[in-house]
Design a protein around this ligand. Structure first.
Ligand code: ATP
Ligand code: MG
Length: 587
């Protein structure tokens, strides 16, 4: 858990985290006279909560130093990228409340510029066209091997036999690669650095590969595509990015980032890494999230169990809760895993202040008030949000037949059960105190209704009412309650760290899919809610009293009318109980 490493990304005035310190130094030394960052998603999947951290860092750092932040699509891999991902990413960045204004860029717009820089590096004699295959390249590069003391060594690699081609020959071959003279994989352009460099990434990395694939923006115009390590620093430079902030796995790429900037003689952007966000019970990698979607373990990228921003939104998360969460965990230099209970805590903090209270009954049981006149409906006043006076009150109706939760009645109650059982009195929230008189059963002995009498002196729990009862339960007036479909969620993975290696009882390795929670979704179709829920807008959030926070379902791609049963669907966001407070208490 990284709470003790907290350095606010958002809250601290002036900034006291290590990235702010680097930026301050750079401004003081005159290395840069302004701050310009970028958020560079690859459009090969939807954004997840890890990206929420990255973009918060990018946008907030720019804002803190009076600078700008670009949105750049890092789209140089034609196989996996798609316009639908671009749209989803833009929607999610906006939803979180970040604004790139008119600074929307695409690395695919830089292909010509990147090609020219590659030519420049070839002319300097620092890049060459290689005929080795992908397998040969990695074989020549060598691998890291541990010695008997488990210290890693990287024995020198071998030079490619094509490494010493002349600049002229390389220029001609590279032009031929662009013109489509060669088959996919037949040639590559490689940086000529050092085949015995201790960092394997510096051993003549590939700059361009031949790939005949239709790119979602450039179509078939290109059959060579730049590799990330070549493209990213030069795209940063093109946009005058001062601080290229990225997650820690890119630390080992930094020497290469600097090498390309130096060789291409472009604006000297600086790469700074920070720890990735990891969450318990969660997988945070687009590749694995894509598998969940493609193999239909979830209903889509916006399934409310997914850690994607669209999934979290559909689950009922608010932008404020997510931004506050990212701000609280801070920016650290070492990777750690944050307990998902802390994310839920940040969410409850926000929802408690902002969501309207209403009553809903998930598993209904009829409660008949025996001494209530047939056909009479009485108005009661219910408070919309005790945390927010401005939210006001609403009118609900009391009647002869009510719905209560099946769990709120026990014929033979266990000790400390303070709800309905024969002879016991409870308060019906905002209504009267009722005393249970028994229940009705069908021929098989199943309870089909509970009976009670009400005390007319106890309306609305007013001050004149000095009867004390131990239990208060929620209820609905059966005459005007509306049917609801409720979806309850649990963690998608039973394991705390689904990516950690583990084994099945037969000794074979488990994958993250083996750790999926088989009961992460429960659909309740026979629920009821207050009449006012019929007017709930998609994405509107409520607290269902005693049950938790719920949100009117808001799929990213709206459900077609034909597929819509007409029954309002509410997703459970999170329960009321604060598990994080418990964790803190336990130490
Ligand atoms: P993934 O591992 O999910 O495929 P990625 O790094 O390939 O992520 P990009 O679209 O390239 O995804 O990421 C955009 C930015 O988000 C990068 O700067 C990356 O460093 C950052 N980022 C991705 N995942 C995380 C994470 N879990 N925590 C913090 N930053 C992240
Ligand atoms: Mg990436």
């Amino acid at each position: 858990m990284c709470m003790n490493e907290t350095n606010n990304a958002e809250g601290t005035a002036g900034g006291s985290d290590f990235i702010s310190d680097f930026i301050k130094e750079d401004l003081a030394s005159g290395r840069y006279s302004y701050v310009h960052t970028r958020f560079p998603p690859e459009p090969n999947g939807w954004l997840h909560i890890g990206h929420c951290k990255a973009m918060t860092v990018d946008f907030v750092m720019a804002e803190r130093f009076g600078g700008k932040c670009n949105l750049r699509f890092d789209d140089t891999n034609p196989e996996k990228e798609d316009i639908s991902y671009v749209e989803a990413i833009k929607r999610d960045v906006k939803w979180l409340g970040f604004d790139w204004e008119d600074r929307e860029y695409y690395a695919s717009d830089y292909y010509e510029y990147l090609y020219d820089l590659a030519v420049k590096i070839i002319k300097k004699g620092h890049a060459y066209v290689d005929d080795l295959t992908e397998e040969q390249i990695s074989e020549y590069r060598g691998t890291a091997v541990p010695d008997k003391n488990n210290i890693t060594h990287t024995p020198p690699g071998r030079n490619s036999p094509y490494r010493d081609r002349s600049a002229e020959e390389n220029l001609e071959l590279f032009a031929g690669m662009r013109e489509g003279k060669y088959k996919d994989g037949e040639k590559t352009l490689r940086a000529k650095i050092d085949m015995s460099h201790p960092n394997l990434l510096m051993r003549d990395p590939v700059m361009y590969r031949i790939r005949r694939d239709t790119h979602y923006r450039t179509g078939n115009k290109w059959c060579i595509y730049p590799m990330y390590d070549f493209q990213h620093p030069l795209s940063d430079a093109k946009e005058g990015i001062t601080h290229s902030l990225c997650s820690l796995e890119y630390e080992i790429h930094r020497p290469l980032y600097e090498w390309f900037i130096k060789e291409a003689e472009v604006f000297p952007s600086r790469q700074i890494e920070f720890a990735r966000l990891n969450l318990t019970h969660t997988v945070l990698s687009k590749r694995y999230l894509l598998t969940l979607v493609q193999e239909k373990h979830v209903s889509g990228w916006d399934d409310p169990r997914m850690p994607t921003l669209a999934g979290l939104r559909r689950r009922g998360y608010t932008p404020a809760a997510l931004r506050n969460f990212v701000s609280q965990i801070g920016i650290a230099k070492t990777d750690s895993t944050v307990d998902i209970a802390f994310l839920e805590y940040c969410l409850r903090e926000d929802l408690n202040k902002t969501s309207r209270r209403v009553m809903a009954v998930l598993k209904p049981l009829k409660l008949i008030v025996e001494n209530w006149p047939e056909g009479k409906a009485e108005k009661l006043e219910a408070i919309n949000n005790p945390e927010d006076e401005k939210a006001g009150t609403r009118t609900i109706h009391f009647g002869k037949e009510l719905w209560v939760e099946r769990d709120d009645f026990e014929e033979n109650p266990p000790p400390k059960y303070f709800r309905l059982f024969p002879g016991n009195a409870v308060r019906l929230r905002y209504g009267y105190i009722v005393t249970c008189t028994g229940c009705d059963k069908d021929a098989d002995g199943n309870i089909i209704a509970v009976r009670c009498t009400y005390d007319p002196e106890t309306k609305g729990g007013n001050a004149a009412d000095n009867r004390k009862v131990k239990g208060t339960i929620h209820w609905l007036n059966a005459a005007d309650a509306i049917p609801l479909e409720i979806r309850l969620y649990d963690y998608l993975f039973t394991s705390e760290k689904p990516m950690e290696s583990s084994f099945k009882p037969d000794g074979t390795a488990e994958t993250f899919l083996d750790k999926l929670n088989p009961s992460s979704l429960e659909v309740i179709s026979g629920a009821y809610g207050e009449k006012c829920l019929a007017e709930a807008k998609t994405g509107e959030r409520f607290q269902f009293e005693r049950l938790g926070y719920f949100v009117k379902d808001c799929p990213a791609i709206p459900v077609t009318e034909a597929a819509d049963s007409g029954t309002p669907v509410f997703n459970k966001t999170v329960g009321l109980r604060d598990t994080w407070a418990k964790i803190i208490k336990k130490g």
